[in-house]
Write a protein that binds this ligand. Structure first.
Ligand SMILES: [Mg+2]
Length: 237
Protein backbone atom coordinates (compact mmCIF):
# COMPACT_ATOMS: atom_id res chain seq x y z
CA UNK A 1 0.00 0.00 0.00
CA UNK A 2 1.25 3.49 -0.80
CA UNK A 3 1.12 6.65 1.27
CA UNK A 4 -2.23 8.35 0.81
CA UNK A 5 -2.15 11.02 3.53
CA UNK A 6 0.18 13.44 5.26
CA UNK A 7 -0.45 14.31 8.90
CA UNK A 8 1.29 17.48 10.00
CA UNK A 9 2.69 18.91 13.20
CA UNK A 10 1.77 22.59 13.63
CA UNK A 11 4.22 24.58 15.78
CA UNK A 12 7.58 25.22 14.08
CA UNK A 13 6.42 23.02 11.16
CA UNK A 14 3.59 25.07 9.63
CA UNK A 15 3.52 28.01 12.07
CA UNK A 16 6.72 29.83 13.08
CA UNK A 17 5.99 29.51 16.79
CA UNK A 18 9.58 30.12 17.89
CA UNK A 19 10.01 33.23 15.75
CA UNK A 20 6.62 34.66 16.73
CA UNK A 21 7.23 33.86 20.40
CA UNK A 22 10.68 35.45 20.38
CA UNK A 23 9.52 38.69 18.76
CA UNK A 24 6.43 38.97 20.97
CA UNK A 25 8.29 38.16 24.18
CA UNK A 26 10.91 40.84 23.50
CA UNK A 27 8.22 43.46 22.83
CA UNK A 28 6.30 42.33 25.93
CA UNK A 29 9.34 42.43 28.24
CA UNK A 30 10.27 45.89 26.95
CA UNK A 31 6.72 47.21 27.38
CA UNK A 32 6.58 45.81 30.94
CA UNK A 33 9.97 47.31 31.85
CA UNK A 34 11.44 43.87 32.59
CA UNK A 35 14.60 43.81 30.48
CA UNK A 36 16.62 45.57 33.19
CA UNK A 37 16.29 42.47 35.36
CA UNK A 38 18.47 40.45 32.95
CA UNK A 39 22.04 40.74 31.72
CA UNK A 40 20.79 40.90 28.10
CA UNK A 41 17.63 40.43 26.03
CA UNK A 42 18.95 36.98 25.07
CA UNK A 43 19.21 36.06 28.76
CA UNK A 44 15.58 37.11 29.27
CA UNK A 45 14.51 35.01 26.28
CA UNK A 46 16.50 32.03 27.53
CA UNK A 47 14.74 32.23 30.90
CA UNK A 48 11.34 32.55 29.15
CA UNK A 49 12.14 29.45 27.08
CA UNK A 50 13.16 27.39 30.12
CA UNK A 51 9.98 28.38 31.94
CA UNK A 52 7.88 27.47 28.88
CA UNK A 53 9.50 24.03 28.51
CA UNK A 54 8.99 23.27 32.22
CA UNK A 55 5.39 24.41 32.47
CA UNK A 56 4.27 23.17 29.03
CA UNK A 57 5.83 19.82 29.88
CA UNK A 58 3.71 19.66 33.02
CA UNK A 59 0.64 20.44 30.89
CA UNK A 60 1.47 17.64 28.42
CA UNK A 61 2.02 15.26 31.34
CA UNK A 62 -1.53 15.98 32.51
CA UNK A 63 -0.37 17.75 35.68
CA UNK A 64 -2.06 21.07 34.90
CA UNK A 65 -4.52 22.57 32.43
CA UNK A 66 -3.69 24.63 29.34
CA UNK A 67 -4.85 27.78 31.13
CA UNK A 68 -2.88 26.87 34.25
CA UNK A 69 0.39 26.45 32.32
CA UNK A 70 0.01 30.02 31.03
CA UNK A 71 -0.52 31.32 34.58
CA UNK A 72 2.43 29.36 35.91
CA UNK A 73 4.66 30.67 33.10
CA UNK A 74 3.74 34.23 34.11
CA UNK A 75 4.45 33.56 37.79
CA UNK A 76 7.66 31.60 37.22
CA UNK A 77 9.12 34.12 34.78
CA UNK A 78 8.38 37.08 37.06
CA UNK A 79 9.24 35.17 40.24
CA UNK A 80 6.25 36.85 41.85
CA UNK A 81 3.06 35.81 43.60
CA UNK A 82 0.23 36.69 41.24
CA UNK A 83 -3.51 36.08 41.52
CA UNK A 84 -5.05 34.08 38.66
CA UNK A 85 -6.51 37.29 37.26
CA UNK A 86 -3.12 39.06 37.43
CA UNK A 87 -1.34 36.12 35.81
CA UNK A 88 -3.99 35.88 33.07
CA UNK A 89 -3.72 39.61 32.37
CA UNK A 90 0.10 39.47 32.15
CA UNK A 91 -0.01 36.52 29.74
CA UNK A 92 -2.74 38.18 27.66
CA UNK A 93 -0.48 41.22 27.21
CA UNK A 94 2.24 38.87 25.88
CA UNK A 95 -0.23 37.22 23.47
CA UNK A 96 -1.34 40.65 22.23
CA UNK A 97 2.20 41.08 20.83
CA UNK A 98 2.09 37.74 19.00
CA UNK A 99 1.38 38.38 15.31
CA UNK A 100 0.14 34.84 14.74
CA UNK A 101 -1.44 35.79 11.42
CA UNK A 102 2.04 36.49 10.01
CA UNK A 103 3.68 33.30 11.21
CA UNK A 104 3.08 30.92 8.30
CA UNK A 105 6.38 29.58 6.92
CA UNK A 106 6.70 30.59 3.24
CA UNK A 107 7.11 26.99 2.03
CA UNK A 108 3.81 25.76 3.52
CA UNK A 109 1.29 26.85 0.89
CA UNK A 110 3.45 25.76 -2.07
CA UNK A 111 3.92 22.33 -0.45
CA UNK A 112 0.20 21.92 0.28
CA UNK A 113 -0.64 22.93 -3.26
CA UNK A 114 1.91 20.50 -4.72
CA UNK A 115 0.53 17.67 -2.56
CA UNK A 116 -3.18 18.35 -3.23
CA UNK A 117 -4.65 16.40 -4.94
CA UNK A 118 -2.65 13.25 -4.50
CA UNK A 119 -2.60 13.22 -0.71
CA UNK A 120 -5.16 13.83 2.00
CA UNK A 121 -4.09 16.07 4.89
CA UNK A 122 -4.57 16.07 8.67
CA UNK A 123 -3.05 17.67 11.77
CA UNK A 124 -1.75 16.26 15.05
CA UNK A 125 -0.47 18.62 17.77
CA UNK A 126 0.58 18.44 21.40
CA UNK A 127 -1.71 21.28 22.38
CA UNK A 128 -5.19 22.56 23.11
CA UNK A 129 -7.60 22.09 20.22
CA UNK A 130 -9.41 25.41 20.67
CA UNK A 131 -6.11 27.29 20.71
CA UNK A 132 -4.75 25.55 17.61
CA UNK A 133 -8.03 25.95 15.73
CA UNK A 134 -7.82 29.73 16.29
CA UNK A 135 -4.15 29.82 15.20
CA UNK A 136 -4.89 27.86 12.01
CA UNK A 137 -7.89 30.03 11.13
CA UNK A 138 -5.76 33.13 11.74
CA UNK A 139 -3.20 31.73 9.29
CA UNK A 140 -5.99 31.01 6.80
CA UNK A 141 -5.13 27.31 6.43
CA UNK A 142 -7.57 25.44 8.69
CA UNK A 143 -9.73 24.30 5.77
CA UNK A 144 -6.76 22.70 3.99
CA UNK A 145 -6.88 19.84 6.54
CA UNK A 146 -9.58 17.21 7.06
CA UNK A 147 -8.93 16.64 10.75
CA UNK A 148 -7.32 18.42 13.71
CA UNK A 149 -6.33 16.05 16.51
CA UNK A 150 -4.80 17.46 19.71
CA UNK A 151 -3.33 15.84 22.79
CA UNK A 152 -5.81 17.51 25.16
CA UNK A 153 -8.70 15.55 23.57
CA UNK A 154 -6.78 12.28 23.59
CA UNK A 155 -5.13 12.15 26.97
CA UNK A 156 -2.00 11.07 25.04
CA UNK A 157 0.78 13.31 23.75
CA UNK A 158 3.42 12.61 21.09
CA UNK A 159 5.66 10.61 21.07
CA UNK A 160 3.15 8.13 22.56
CA UNK A 161 1.98 5.77 19.76
CA UNK A 162 -1.63 6.31 20.88
CA UNK A 163 -1.45 9.92 19.69
CA UNK A 164 -0.26 8.99 16.18
CA UNK A 165 -2.71 6.08 15.91
CA UNK A 166 -5.60 8.36 16.92
CA UNK A 167 -4.72 10.71 14.07
CA UNK A 168 -4.68 7.77 11.62
CA UNK A 169 -8.02 6.57 12.96
CA UNK A 170 -9.48 10.07 12.52
CA UNK A 171 -8.35 9.91 8.87
CA UNK A 172 -9.75 6.38 8.51
CA UNK A 173 -6.36 5.03 7.42
CA UNK A 174 -3.89 2.44 8.70
CA UNK A 175 -0.57 3.90 9.93
CA UNK A 176 1.30 2.38 6.97
CA UNK A 177 -0.62 4.71 4.63
CA UNK A 178 0.29 7.88 6.52
CA UNK A 179 3.40 10.10 6.57
CA UNK A 180 3.92 12.37 9.59
CA UNK A 181 5.93 15.59 9.21
CA UNK A 182 7.26 17.46 12.24
CA UNK A 183 10.19 19.60 13.41
CA UNK A 184 11.24 17.46 16.39
CA UNK A 185 13.35 14.39 15.60
CA UNK A 186 12.36 12.50 18.74
CA UNK A 187 8.80 13.62 19.48
CA UNK A 188 7.69 13.74 15.85
CA UNK A 189 9.74 11.62 13.43
CA UNK A 190 10.97 8.83 15.70
CA UNK A 191 7.61 8.70 17.49
CA UNK A 192 5.74 8.36 14.20
CA UNK A 193 8.12 5.64 12.99
CA UNK A 194 7.59 3.69 16.22
CA UNK A 195 3.81 3.86 15.73
CA UNK A 196 4.10 2.44 12.19
CA UNK A 197 3.75 5.68 10.22
CA UNK A 198 6.39 7.15 7.91
CA UNK A 199 8.02 9.72 10.19
CA UNK A 200 9.71 12.65 8.45
CA UNK A 201 11.88 15.10 10.35
CA UNK A 202 11.60 18.67 9.07
CA UNK A 203 14.97 19.99 10.19
CA UNK A 204 14.44 23.69 9.43
CA UNK A 205 17.61 24.70 11.29
CA UNK A 206 19.74 22.26 9.26
CA UNK A 207 21.18 20.92 12.51
CA UNK A 208 21.03 17.32 11.29
CA UNK A 209 24.43 16.12 12.41
CA UNK A 210 23.44 15.74 16.03
CA UNK A 211 20.70 13.24 15.15
CA UNK A 212 22.22 11.32 12.26
CA UNK A 213 22.50 8.22 14.42
CA UNK A 214 18.72 7.93 14.66
CA UNK A 215 18.41 7.03 10.97
CA UNK A 216 15.46 9.36 10.43
CA UNK A 217 14.09 10.52 7.10
CA UNK A 218 15.10 14.17 7.04
CA UNK A 219 14.31 17.22 4.94
CA UNK A 220 15.44 20.80 5.59
CA UNK A 221 12.46 22.46 3.91
CA UNK A 222 9.01 21.50 2.64
CA UNK A 223 10.01 21.95 -1.01
CA UNK A 224 11.74 18.57 -0.69
CA UNK A 225 8.64 16.79 0.63
CA UNK A 226 6.88 15.80 -2.64
CA UNK A 227 10.00 14.05 -3.98
CA UNK A 228 10.57 12.27 -0.67
CA UNK A 229 6.98 10.99 -0.62
CA UNK A 230 7.34 9.76 -4.21
CA UNK A 231 10.54 7.92 -3.33
CA UNK A 232 8.80 6.23 -0.38
CA UNK A 233 5.97 5.09 -2.66
CA UNK A 234 8.49 3.59 -5.09
CA UNK A 235 11.70 2.71 -3.24
CA UNK A 236 13.35 1.54 -6.49
CA UNK A 237 13.15 4.98 -8.13
MG1 LIG B 1 6.53 21.26 16.39
Amino acid sequence: MGISAVVWDIDDTLFDYSGSDRAAALRHFAAEGLLGRFSSPEAALARWRVVMEEQYGRYLAGEQSFVAQRRERSRAFLGEVLSDAEADAWFARYLAHRGDADGLFPDVLPALTALTPGYRHGLLSNSDIGHQDRVLRGLGIRDRFEVLVCSDQLGHAKPAPEAFLAACEAMGLPPGAVAYVGDRPDTDAAGADAAGLYGIWLDRTGDGAAHRGLGLRRITGLAALPALLRSLADPTS
